[in-house]
Design a protein around this ligand. Structure first.
Ligand code: F0G
Length: 429
């Protein structure tokens, strides 16, 4: 169906067949054709200057929902939400380190560090909206498939909301920090003998047949929250958009969210110009990069393999939305090898910033784009770091302590006797 004359303030629409349903419909996909849904809002009643002023003013409010880096943008996220489940989240920094400019071969790159969110990844921005929606529609339980961060975030927000949470993760390859979080926050955690793509198929069946509310990023409310990474970045840049936004890409929810944020910000007069998106995958999990290289004539599925377990995904669910995001922003999709992403991670870590492996594909991808002269050294670039350094301590210790020969930047610990002469020896050049 389609709404006729009087549209509600927000509603859900299928991006494939155009079917429209009310905002409170709980189905994770279009019930007419199985396509992906998106939230549509009536244009905000306020003028752009007034909206921008409110967004910024709220940041200075008492810490809490009003100042949340998601809910201070509420007019263009979920205007009808009254009771909100917020940690709070967002308000993450834009960082700069000269060493990383040099590493990437660019004059000035800013890093939007989403690892500063409450559970250590950008997922909290989508989850505050998703769990708020779950409460609004009276869901009795929430569920997701995950490579680890979505599950950690869902577990935390469900605990706050008093909702039972079910998470499905691959039995091998979820980073230690993430698995530990989901257990500690109290989610029922299923270790599935299979990969992420199997987990996603299974949890979609569970939501269909067992009535749990699905909170993977195919859920369009998650996307609304994740838009605020871009909105907040634009606000931090005083609404003067960068030339490029570079981000890691796995299941493609974030790529979709960035595209939607930019489309709406432009439509509603918040920005005059749209930056180009560069979505970066790990080479062993790069079906989207392959489709891009073929002009998006075909969707690909692969058996994923990469050290960046967060983006070890072979059949990204938000493919259709992400194609739109890349096309509309005149964007690019590329991939980086595990060796390159680990080198980028070592550089980010050694600069004192730190991030998890999947996040580092953004900087590795940027270096590649600069070398290929697609990004010019003087371009204004923001790279998004999606997760915290402590998410994956196992890989860190292998990299620094065990890999032989030592990889670039490996920082071997030195065992000593409890003797001052040993320290003296170590300090000698
Ligand atoms: N970076 C990190 C740290 C992630 O955890 C993910 C996705 C991505 C990048 C890619 O984002 O899927 O929106 O393209 N993690 C999901 C999870 C799949 O289950 O935690 P995407």
């Amino acid at each position: 169906m389609r709404f006729s004359t009087e549209r509600p303030p927000s509603w859900q629409a299928c991006i494939a067949c155009g079917n429209e349903v009310v905002e409170t419909d709980p189905h994770p996909r279009c019930t007419a054709c199985g396509g992906l849904l998106e939230i549509r809002h009536r244009p905000p009643a306020l003028m752009p200057a007034e909206l921008r002023r409110r967004f910024t003013e709220r940041r200075g409010a008492q810490p809490g929902v009003t100042a949340s880096g998601v809910w201070r943008f509420r007019e263009i996220v979920l205007p009808s939400a009254d009771v909100v489940v917020s940690h709070p989240e967002g308000n993450t920094p834009l960082l700069h380190r000269v060493a990383l400019d040099r590493w990437a071969g660019i004059e000035h790159v800013l890093l939007k560090h989403e690892g500063h969110n409450p559970t250590g990844s950008f997922k909290d921005r989508g989850m505050t909206v998703g769990v708020t929606q779950a409460k609004r529609i009276g869901a009795t339980a929430v569920a997701c498939a995950s490579t680890g961060n979505t599950s950690a975030s869902l577990a935390a927000y469900a605990a706050q909301a008093g909702l039972p949470a079910l998470v499905l993760v691959p039995v091998d390859g979820v980073a230690t920090g993430k698995l530990a979080q989901s257990l500690a926050y109290g989610a029922k955690t299923l270790l599935v003998r299979g990969d992420f793509d199997d987990c996603l198929r299974l949890v979609e069946q569970a939501s269909d047949q067992l009535g749990v509310y699905l909170l993977n990023s195919i859920n369009p409310f998650r996307i609304e929250g994740q838009k605020t990474i871009v909105l907040e970045m634009l606000e931090q840049l005083v609404w003067e958009p960068p030339d490029w936004i570079v981000l890691p890409a796995g299941n493609l929810g974030n790529t979709a969210a960035f595209g939607k944020a930019l489309r709406e910000a432009r439509e509603w007069g918040l920005i005059a110009r749209v930056p180009r998106l560069a979505a970066v995958q790990a080479a062993g999990a790069a079906p989207f990069a392959r489709s891009f290289a073929e002009g998006f004539t075909q969707r690909h599925r692969v058996k994923a393999e990469t050290v960046a377990s967060a983006i070890k995904i072979g059949d990204p669910a938000s493919y259709d939305r992400a194609v739109q995001a890349i096309t509309e922003t005149n964007g690019l999709v590329l991939s980086t090898s595990d060796a390159e992403l680990l080198e980028a991670k070592a550089a980010i870590d050694a600069s004192g910033i730190g991030c998890e492996p999947a996040s580092a594909v953004a900087l590795a991808g940027l270096r590649q784009l600069v070398k290929a002269e697609k990004v010019r050294p003087g371009d204004r670039v923001v790279a998004v770091l999606t997760g915290h350094i402590l998410k994956d301590p196992g890989l860190l210790l292998r990299y620094h302590q065990e890999m032989d020969p030592p990889p670039p930047g490996a920082n071997r610990p030195i065992e000593i006797d409890a003797d001052i002469r040993e320290i003296e020896r170590v300090l000698q050049p």
